[in-house]
Write a protein that binds this ligand. Structure first.
Ligand code: NAD
Ligand code: UD1
Length: 360
């Protein structure tokens, strides 16, 4: 019985695959490698010493995805696959709605057809919109302010309707706060395309000398030092939260939303200082205007995840910065290897990470 991981080659997906394999789950990955590289999965195999099936399949391709269900005994699904850049979603809303919503429809239709009714969905704290009411609990108003966030909000609503239509479903909605950090091996981490939009990859690229200076968006917020405050969570803690969510969907029917964060807020300046301490590198910065749509302060009420999932984030800000730096320093250009010869084939291509262990 396997766990199907959609988007498993991506940042959070690859870290979650490591944790799943480490505790003995059989894993099947589906990814179209639009925002990731096969190399990340080869490294997941290297870290865990385990092999798993990987399908180069787009979720929008129903026929391709059906092969995955027909060729494997899938018991549950962790659904990471989606587009995630806020600015891009504002410029190309139809693309975002089509990819994220239709991908989820196709997936859920096939889950239904194959009797797989256990789902863990990657939602986001972005569904809470620009609220400054902190800490944010799961029953705070849902009010996403951009197309990316709205895809998460709409999918949450659709999944609730799915459960109303058939109470056999068990669905966990995980609302992530700000995932950062990397696996302690330094082998897998965040590999953004082009200039990073998010704070931590930007800081680490300044530290490694790829970017000159960080622009700090706003210095006049009503926060401890005037810069924005966020709830940064180590990606390995986040990955472990998925294991707890998986246990939850095994044991309880229904739809449940959980915040995954630390419950602590750090300012941009505090993150810069923590990163400098962890890396021994200077991070130059300049203050610029606020970024449109940014809240001043955002951190989670994490009591529901603690009480109901038995999960709390264990890693602190120093570990987050040290692990980010190890990944960045060891992989200044991210996952350079792309195994192009394999992933440029026309659909469908099925590859196994085991092949790479043997042939490389
Ligand atoms: P990521 O881009 O690294 O991973 C997403 C993966 O999904 C990529 O490998 C991409 O190629 C794949 N994908 C996208 N569309 C697909 C499709 N139609 N078919 C098959 N594969 C497809 O992103 P991530 O940071 O790992 O995020 C994972 C999930 O968590 C996303 O749904 C994202 O919206 C959500 N999330 C991320 C953050 C964050 O800060 N990273 C915060 C909140 C929520
Ligand atoms: C952003 C997205 C959110 C998404 C999350 C994770 C927006 C408005 N929100 O959240 O929907 O779920 O990323 O992908 O885009 N900062 C700088 N300089 C930078 C980058 C960021 O000062 O170059 C500041 C921001 O103003 C913010 C903090 O750093 O105060 C964190 O920013 P970021 O990493 O982009 O995360 P969020 O804004 O919380």
């Amino acid at each position: 019985m396997a766990v199907l991981v959609t988007g498993g080659a991506g940042y959070i997906g690859s870290h979650t695959c490591v944790e799943l394999l480490n505790v003995g789950h059989e894993v099947v990955v589906v990814d179209n490698f639009f925002n990731s590289k096969l190399e990340s999965l080869k490294r997941v195999s290297d870290i865990t010493g385990k092999t798993f099936k990987t399908y180069n399949v787009d979720l929008l391709n129903q026929e391709g995805l059906e092969r995955v269900f027909s060729e494997n005994t899938i018991e549950s699904v962790i659904h990471f696959a989606g587009l995630k850049a806020v600015g891009e979603s504002v410029s190309f809303p139809l693309w975002y709605y089509h990819n994220n919503l239709t991908g989820t429809f196709v997936l859920c239709e096939l889950m239904k057809k194959y009797g797989v009714k256990k789902l863990v969905f990657s939602s986001s704290a972005t569904v809470y919109g620009s609220t400054d009411q902190v800490p944010i609990s799961e029953d705070a108003p849902i009010a996403a302010v951009n197309p990316y966030g709205k895809t998460k909000q709409i999918i949450e609503e659709i999944l609730r309707d799915l459960y109303i239509s058939d109470e056999g479903w068990s669905i966990t909605l995980l609302r992530y706060f700000n995932p950062i950090g990397a696996h302690e091996s330094g082998l897998i981490g965040e590999d953004p395309n082009g200039i990073p939009n998010n704070l931590m990859p930007y800081i680490s690229q300044v530290a490694v000398g790829k970017l000159q200076s960080l622009n700090i968006f706003g210095s006049d917020y009503s926060t401890k030092d005037g810069t924005g405050v966020r709830d940064y969570i180590h990606v390995v803690d986040l990955a472990k939260g998925h294991l707890k969510a998986l246990e939850k969907v095994q044991s309880l029917k229904g739809v449940n939303a959980y915040n995954l964060g630390t419950g602590k807020g750090y300012s941009v300046l505090e993150m810069v200082k923590a990163f400098e301490a962890a890396s021994g590198k200077k991070v130059s910065y300049a203050f610029t205007d606020r970024r449109l749509g940014d809240a001043a302060i955002c951190f989670a009420d994490v009591s529901k995840a603690k009480n109901e999932l038995g999960w709390v984030a264990a890693k602190g800000i120093n570990e987050m910065c040290q692990d980010t730096w190890r990944w960045q320093k060891n992989n200044p250009d991210g996952y350079v290897k792309n195994h192009d010869n394999l992933i440029e084939h026309d659909f469908p291509v099925r590859t196994s990470a085991a092949d790479f262990l043997v042939s490389n």
